[in-house]
Design a protein around this ligand. Sequence first.
Ligand SMILES: Cc1ncc(COP(=O)(O)O)c(C=O)c1O
Length: 483
Amino acid sequence: MMPIDVGDLSLEGSQSALHERLFHAIRAKIVAQLWPLGGKLPSTRKLANELSISRNTVIAAYEQLVAEGYLESRKGSGFYVTVHLPDHYLHTSSERMPQSAAAPISAFEINKPFAPGVPDLAQFPIDKWQRMLLRHGNRISLMGNQNVQGSLALRQALAEYLASSRSVACNASRIIITSGAQQALYIATSAILGAGDKVLMEQPGYAQMSKVLKLKQVDVESLIVKENVGFDLLQVEESAAKALYVTPSNQYPMGTTLNSEQRLNLIHWANLQQRWIIEDDYDSEFQFAHRPYTSLQGLASEMSSEDRVLYIGSFSKVMFNGLRLGYLVVPESLVATCLQIKDATSGDTATHSQEALADFISEGHLLRHIRKMRKLYHQKYQRMCCAIELHFKGKAKVISQAAGLHVTIKWTVEVDEIRLATEAEKIGIVVRPMRYYEDESNPYRHNRAWHSVVLGFGNTGLEQIEPNIAALARLFERLETDA
Ligand SMILES: Cc1ncc(COP(=O)(O)O)c(C=O)c1O
């Protein structure tokens, strides 16, 4: 392959930093396919000379292009345009459309390095999935209206999967298929809480649940989650709240977990005082340090005949976000109410993907994929921790447990978390400041002596972790010096 001639590469016309301008200029050439796939870029020294800029500027731009998958760095040989153009650039027309200030963040932004909540999309066995979709694609019986509760085949497959992997006690008649966990949160809240009712919610907590509670005008009582120890059970026992929303396997975003004893105490509280528990078990498949604890729902049914737990799960992490499938497992007494709510708000769920998923689960593909991904995410988690220790030099530390697809880091030096997130975005890295997870009920919202951000590693390649953490740490250092 002929080496690339940088030709008319121009860094003019922007207020941003030089390395960013260089990054954008090279990326534009690649996206427009003006620089051929596999083409070799000039060495950092040569390009620096040609453009009369510093070599560090070129290195920073090249590193970012590698991190985002546009370039490949070959040891001892140089930098090459990667063979595969990132997916989001196959449709560039939306990029050219003028965006209003209120335009929602694009998929491109969301899926950047360290964006929380996205699994490793490239690892998904897409060929198998496509086979399942094809198998059901021509079934005319699936084309009309369906049962609002969701596909029976999927609910049966799910009941077996949940029983064996999470000890969830249910049968298909108590499962409602939803559009992601998000719709399950909405239905669960609407079924048991009304405007003015009080709910206990972990703080910081899942922002998507805060949105539901706000919309439903439910009063939130903050249940403060402390680093490593979690929340105070005494507060739950003394609260007058009608329900508790928890992420017991991997508290989002502080990354604590409730052990069996704490779980038993919560169930006892709910049974004794006739309260509800909404258990959001969004990523329990990915525990790296120990076997996952039995779900609250499973424990509750072992303990008594009474059932006060609404159990929520999602396929966003174990499959992929765009599938938009999740589920809600409710007590018998709530099934009819929940179905009424679902019927009124969305009607039934897209059918072909439900049938394909039923086969994907019952033929063992889901479990195989989860096992494979658990190993890979564990490696990524370790890579994250090592890179953070190395590049942040002890100034920021990981506080979340070894689980899930994200790590939460905390620091006390003078670097503002929101500023870090804003500046990181400019170098193509997405981090979520802790403030994002604190709602108005949280007394520490404007009164915290530490800073923190959440870094997702699910969709960041193993080899992209270190250069991106290094870039983030350099930014962190710069902001600390500026402060
Ligand atoms: C706490 C929590 N619950 C649920 C979900 C899954 O949501 P959904 O299924 O709507 O994509 C996530 C995803 O990041 C989460 O963090």
